[in-house]
Design a protein around this ligand. Structure first.
Ligand code: N01
Length: 540
């Protein structure tokens, strides 16, 4: 596609939003309030983004349901009842559909519309996007609401196309579901998704074989239904709860303990960790001692505590050792939350295969072959994750001023202004782009969307039509992101946090992909930019 192509564009909008997930829906709602003509283009057949695509069995929140929903509408908060402390995917998808209906959002969303290219047209001062079906749309602003975990990756193992049974990636799960009853099932991958899937599949499969390359440190979710008696208290507490989320490091409900690990006695430490382990959600990760992510010795102590728990829960000591991470400490990768995950390995129908020791050599027509054995399966589940953070951008041919490709601009890692703007890509505004604070994602999304809306509102009020981040602002932000990431143990580990994906060419080297400072610090920076009139942005 050429931005100056002869083919007529179908229509004009003030803003084009790519994606109808949590961020796209809220951005549409906010831009309508400014009176803008907005079009949302969505690849799926419905709203929901992550919750539309990830229909795998066992998919559910790891953040408390009530802390995850939108906070912008009191009416919505009061009328929606979450049924569990950590709701499952079908309920979340229903919620997002309810939001779309309640705020009449669908009339501005077109489905089955995957964007293949987005080019800035300097002469027209607008973006032109191309869809898979060849149609084009033009808009003044291009807002990417494409998600940090939305570009699924299959393993780079020979023969993936050869398997004659049923196979699916967890993020492309068939809408009609998959029946595992009586089947021989393989699950490849043991990240948060793999863990949730394995727990569920183990309930009905005749034989489940889990292929694990790297074990993760998993801790109990402690989910429970929300009782009728709890419901009013949750609703009454919303303002206080959201205030708390604004204050915590990553917008979760869990508040870190200001003490350092070795300031307390070993007995006190043990009791503290025991309490966190036995409580709901991310407490052991997000509500731990303040130095747990930076002090190697402290992190080793905590890891030893969790390793002990794994050994207690898994009967076969050899299997327990296989499940204990040896190459990274607790919380240095995203911690999967589980419900009887470790106990699954005590079941006679479940086998764990260490594919670091015996790699998968190929997927065959009937199953797969490791360096040691041949396996036969009816179903192969790929819980192999995503080309995270930059992957969803890489899959679109995005070109800015003078046809410069975003992928090339980010060849050595993303360079952004506050994770929202990229110099030379005017009027492109990213929601949950690289270098933003992620954490409890809807909380970060609402902030991001409000900031973007503030900038567009400011431009509207001043009669301005183009915004581009100043190079010095990009340099300062990129340096700041690197500086706040220094010393964090998680930035020394290969995972999607650090942009590593063994299945994607060129993504084997760690980068600083996300903002790893605190969410309040992130917001303070962005607030100041707005309060001082967006001096870091060239406006025209
Ligand atoms: O992806 P992952 P995910 N051969 O990248 C393995 C969010 N989430 O979909 O670690 C063999 O974490 C890979 O092995 P290794 C959450 O933020 C949220 O599980 O690279 N194995 C790993 O085990 C999460 O962090 C929720 O050695 C291969 C797994 O596949 C993020 O999504 C629920 C392989 C991928 O793990 C991503 O989680 C679920 C290969 N070629 C997820 N390639 C909720 O809270 C990859 N693997 C709602």
């Amino acid at each position: 596609m050429s931005a100056t192509s002869q083919t007529a564009t179908t229509t004009d909008y003030d803003a084009l939003i790519i994606g109808a997930g949590i961020s796209g829906l809220y951005q549409l709602y906010r831009l309508r309030q400014l009176g803008l003509r907005v079009r949302v283009v969505e690849a799926g057949t419905g709203v929901g983004g992550t919750w539309y695509w990830n229909r795998y069995p066992g998919a559910r929140f790891d953040s408390e349901s009530y802390s995850y929903g939108y906070s912008f509408s009191q009416e919505l908060l009061q009328e929606w009842n979450w049924s569990e402390h950590f709701a499952a995917q079908p309920e979340t998808l229903r919620y997002l559909n309810h939001v779309a209906d309640r705020f009449d959002l669908r009339r501005d969303i077109q489905f089955r519309s995957r964007v293949t290219a987005a080019h800035w047209d300097d002469a027209a001062r607008s973006w032109e996007i191309a869809l898979e079906d060849g149609s084009r749309l033009r808009g003044r602003f291009l807002i990417t609401a494409i998600g940090p975990l939305s570009a699924p990756t299959l393993p780079r193992i020979p023969g993936v196309e050869d398997f004659r049974g049923q196979s699916c990636h967890t993020a492309r799960w068939p809408h009609e579901g998959v029946d595992f009853a009586g089947k021989r099932v393989a699950v490849i991958g043991t990240g948060s998704t793999g863990v949730q899937t394995i727990q569920e599949v183990a309930k009905t499969a005749a034989q489940l074989t889990v292929f694990q390359r790297t074990p993760n440190w998993c801790v109990p979710l402690h989910n429970a239904p929300i009782t009728d008696a709890e419901q009013p208290a949750i609703k009454a507490n919303y303002p206080e709860m959201f205030r708390r989320c604004q204050e915590t490091f990553a917008c979760f409900l869990h508040t870190p303990d200001p003490r350092k690990t070795f300031e307390v006695s070993p007995e006190e430490r043990e009791a503290f960790w025991e309490q966190r382990y036995n409580n709901r959600g991310f407490g052991l990760w997000q509500g731990n001692f303040s130095d747990i992510q930076t002090n190697r010795a402290a992190n080793e102590e905590l890891s030893a505590f969790v390793a002990k728990k794994i050994r207690q829960r898994v009967k076969d000591p050899k299997v327990a050792e296989m499940l204990i991470p040896k190459d990274h400490g607790f919380g240095t990768r995203r911690v999967p939350l589980e419900t009887k995950y470790y106990e699954v390995y005590n079941q006679p129908n479940v086998e764990l295969v260490d594919i670091k020791a015996t790699p998968i050599e190929r997927i065959t027509e009937t199953g797969l072959r490791t360096s040691e054995r041949e396996f036969e399966f009816d179903i192969i589940v790929y819980a192999t994750g995503f080309d995270a953070i930059t992957g969803s951008f890489d899959r679109i041919d995005i070109r800015g001023v003078a046809g410069r490709r975003l992928k090339e601009a980010w060849a050595h890692g993303p360079q952004t202004f506050m994770g929202v703007m990229v110099e030379g890509f005017p009027n492109m505004l990213m929601l949950m782009g690289p270098h933003t604070a992620l954490g409890n994602i809807p909380r970060s999304i609402e902030y991001n969307v409000d900031w973007v809306t503030g900038l567009i509102g400011h431009m509207q009020a001043k009669g301005l039509s183009v915004a581009d981040a100043r190079p010095e602002a990009v340099a300062a932000w990129t340096e700041h992101v690197k500086a706040v990431g220094a010393g964090l143990l998680s930035n020394e580990i290969s995972s999607w946090f650090t942009g590593v994906n063994s299945n994607v060419e060129g993504k084997q080297t760690r980068i600083i992909a996300r903002y790893s400072g605190s969410a309040p610090a992130y917001r303070a920076w962005c607030d100041e930019v707005a309060a001082k009139g967006y001096r870091e942005v060239a406006l025209g």
